[in-house]
Ligand binder design. Structure first.
Ligand code: SAM
Length: 284
């Protein structure tokens, strides 16, 4: 990536506000790290995490003990370096930091958008295809596990910020961003590897009482959220499963349930319902 554009600088600003939230991330970190060591083989398997940022949601010593290599990818290289340093793993040669990498491959396109912009067919095509084709040249591939940790909501939020919430083509842009991210994860995975898209589904802002839900009650909320449309647009687990099935290059996981047990993440006075969607490259 060239000099950081305004949308990248905005993400860096967000990371600064959550940098010191290590303690409040404890339960979320435990659940995310648990997902990321599924199927790991110590000293052999390779993990790639997209949107690793401050790594507050990653127990790096646990991930390094479980895997042979751990690659962290983010726009914000400084957040990655400081996160690794806080966890005392900077010197571990099996930890690779890929800072300054735009996983959407299209922030420069999004930066030119505004509420009156007229998006063309080639813009949607770029959002859906550039991440896999361009990132494959920047990042090593063949990962046994590829994860994205609460980053897809940031991609969506960036599109909303750039176009404005009332833009008539916003939903189509969000679907194209989603396709791009899913294809990227599938592309980075080894043929027998697995991808896990970890995402917020709904926040306490629109679901008051979420913070008080028991672990058993959380799972039961999911179907109702779809019926009422109370979820982050395009990111309900059912919509994600449909989107995964619609992509010729990927398919839902068969080795593990395609949707993880959900959990809660609390940050800055909000509570989020979080889920991991597991999928894998489609064999040809
Ligand atoms: C909500 S944070 C995830 C939490 C983070 N793993 C942590 O523990 O701090 C989302 C991360 O995605 C990164 N991000 C957002 N858009 C990105 C993009 N286009 N390319 C790469 N990283 C991006 C942000 O910099 C941020 O670190």
């Amino acid at each position: 990536m060239g000099p950081m554009d305004r949308l990248a600088r905005r993400q860096v600003g967000f990371n600064t506000t959550s940098r010191d939230s290590w303690d409040v991330f404890a339960e979320h970190r435990r659940r995310v790290s648990e997902e990321l060591i599924l199927g790991a083989e110590a000293g052999r398997s390779r993990l790639c995490v997209l949107g690793a940022g401050n790594a507050n949601d990653l127990d790096l010593p646990v991930l390094l003990a479980a895997h042979g290599e751990v690659h962290l990818v983010d726009l914000d290289g400084q957040a990655l370096a400081m996160g690794a340093s806080r966890q005392g793993v900077t010197e571990d040669p099996r930890l690779r930091l890929h800072g300054g990498v735009d996983a959407s491959a299209a922030l420069s396109v999004l930066s030119s958008w505004h509420p009156l912009a007229d998006l063309r067919e080639e813009d949607f095509e770029a959002l859906a295809s550039w991440p896999a084709s361009r990132l494959a040249r920047v990042l090593p591939g063949g990962f046994d596990r590829v994860a994205s940790t609460c980053m897809i909501t940031q991609l969506m939020e960036t599109a909303i910020h750039a176009l404005g919430p009332a833009h008539r083509q916003l939903e189509r842009a969000e679907r194209a961003l989603r396709a791009g991210h899913l294809r990227l994860m599938g592309r980075l995975a080894a043929p027998d590897g697995e991808a896990t898209l970890i995402t917020e589904v709904v926040a306490s802002d629109t679901l008051p009482g979420l913070a008080e839900c028991s672990p058993e009650a959380i799972g039961e909320l999911i179907p109702g959220l779809r019926r009422t449309g109370n979820h982050f647009r395009a990111l309900h687990p059912q919509q994600l499963l449909d989107a995964i099935r619609a992509e010729p290059s990927i398919m839902p996981s068969a080795a593990t349930p395609p949707v993880s047990t959900p959990w809660l993440w609390r940050l800055h006075g909000h509570t989020y319902l979080v889920v991991g969607m597991r999928f894998r490259p489609r064999q040809r």
